[in-house]
Each structure stands twice: as C-alpha cells, then as structure tokens.
Design a binder for this molecule. Structure first.
Ligand code: MG
Ligand code: MG
Length: 257
C-alpha cells in the first residue's frame, strides 16, 4: 500500500462545504476545456484556458509541480491510446475524431477537488462512443456504492463488473483515492476488487473515484516523457472521475457546477 493510502481523514460539514466550492470551480474549468475541444486547438491551449479559470477563482492546480519530474502544467490531456497524465504541448494539436481525456485538480482555500472527463473532438467512431459511455456509467455504478456501511471493495467491484460486462478492461496500476487537504489521501480505491472487502465507508469520507478503461487489455506503459500513461497495445482508452462525499444518505458529488 502506498504511504498516502494509510491516512484517512474524515471531513466536517464545514470542510465538505469548502470542497464543494473547489469542486464547482473544477467543474467550471472542465466545462471551459470541453468547449475548446476542436480540431487544431493545441493541448497547451487547453491548459492555458484552464489556468485562466483557476486564477479567476483564486485557485491553483495541485498538478503543477507534482511528483518527479515535476508535472509542468495545470491539467493533464491524454489522447486516444493515452489513458492519463498526458503533458500539454503547443505542438500537439487536436484532430477530428480524437478521444480526449482531461484531468484537472483545483486547490482552493486549503482543499483539493479532483475530476476528469473524456470526450470527442467532433464526431467519434461508434467504438469510441461506446467506450465513453461505459466508462462514464462505470463511474456512476461506483458512486452508487458510496454509502455509509458499504466498503471500498463494493465500489471497486461495481466498477470492474460494469466495465468487464461490456468486454473492456480496468487499469490495475492507478486507482481512485481519498481527497482533502492533499490530492491523494486514504482510502485507496482500485477499479477492481471484491464486494464486502476493504475499508468501511463513513460519513465525511471524500473519495475521488476514477474508472480508467481500456479496450484491448488492462496493461499500460509509461511513455518517454516519464508521465504519459498509454495502453500497452495502442488500443483506445477513457477516464472519468468525480470527487464524491459519503454522507448519512445519498452520495454527494462535489465536482459538478
Ligand atoms: Mg484526477
Ligand atoms: Mg484522482
């Protein structure tokens, strides 16, 4: 288990209210980027637009400077076979039919919101459209399990079962995670698992659920830039993510407008 995964922080209602604001900003950033998904727009243009929205709201991205080598940008943009962690570049231009995954974090008043979506540039192939739908629905299948008394394994199993029932694959090396003052906190929530196992869910837990789905196999590789994660076989991939709070009742999605 990764070190960060050991620390589970239960949030007070006041903390969740701040995280909801961070989530709203994050949703605005992603909506802005989504509107820019057009042929000939560079992935660096998307990053610049995201940064402008963050700045306007007094927020910054926790991605910038994260890890080693330090991640250079505010969002990640991953295209087609690239699954996550793609580095924006002024020379990387979007093309008609690209399947683009954008991940953004918002650090606002001491708390992080984390969310991602995949969408098409113009018209997508039926194959890519189906992958998008399944990935997004897998996220909601996971969210539906985010109830006090359930366990993290219930979430993981729901995501895995949904994805695999459609003949696709879930990533193994990258997982959902608690989120709060830090971008990565416990519990760790893989996209595969067994019902009734793992950490019991309690009101005040906030988890970023993020199905990462591949058409060919579950295997990935890291590209030469040391960040971009792509499918090992070059097949299409997609990624959807929301930060969601466990409450006494229904799960509360924080990363929506
Ligand atoms: Mg994310
Ligand atoms: Mg995340």
């Amino acid at each position: 288990m990764t070190d960060w995964a050991r620390q589970i922080n239960i949030k007070t209602p006041a903390e969740i209210a701040i995280m909801r604001e961070a989530g709203r900003i994050n949703a605005t950033v992603l909506a802005t980027v989504r509107d820019l998904l057009k042929p000939n727009v560079s992935t660096a243009d998307l990053d610049a637009a995201a940064e402008e929205v963050l700045k306007k709201h007094g927020a910054v991205s926790p991605f910038k400077g994260y890890g080693y080598p330090p991640f250079p940008n505010s969002i990640t943009v991953s295209i087609n076979d690239e699954l996550v962690h793609g580095i924006p570049s002024p020379t990387r231009k979007l093309k008609e039919g690209d399947l683009v995954s954008v991940d953004c974090g918002t650090f606002f008043e001491g708390y992080v919101a984390d969310s991602a979506f995949s969408a098409g540039v113009g018209e997508l192939s039926p194959k890519a459209q189906m992958l998008l739908q399944v990935t997004e629905q897998a996220l909601y299948a996971g969210i539906a399990q985010m109830r006090a008394g359930n366990r993290t394994g219930d979430i993981s199993a729901a995501i895995q079962q949904y994805v695999e029932s459609h003949g696709y694959h879930v990533v193994r090396e990258y997982t959902g995670h608690g989120v709060g003052r830090q971008m990565h906190e416990g519990p760790q929530v893989p996209n595969y698992g067994k019902p009734g196992t793992g950490v019991p869910l309690r009101p005040g837990m906030v988890i970023a659920l993020e199905p990462m789905v591949l058409i060919g196999t579950h295997k990935t590789k890291v590209l030469k830039d040391k960040w971009t994660v792509a499918s090992a076989d070059g097949s299409l991939t997609a990624h959807h993510e929301h930060s969601v709070a466990v409450t006494e009742g229904d799960p509360l999605i924080l990363t929506v407008q």
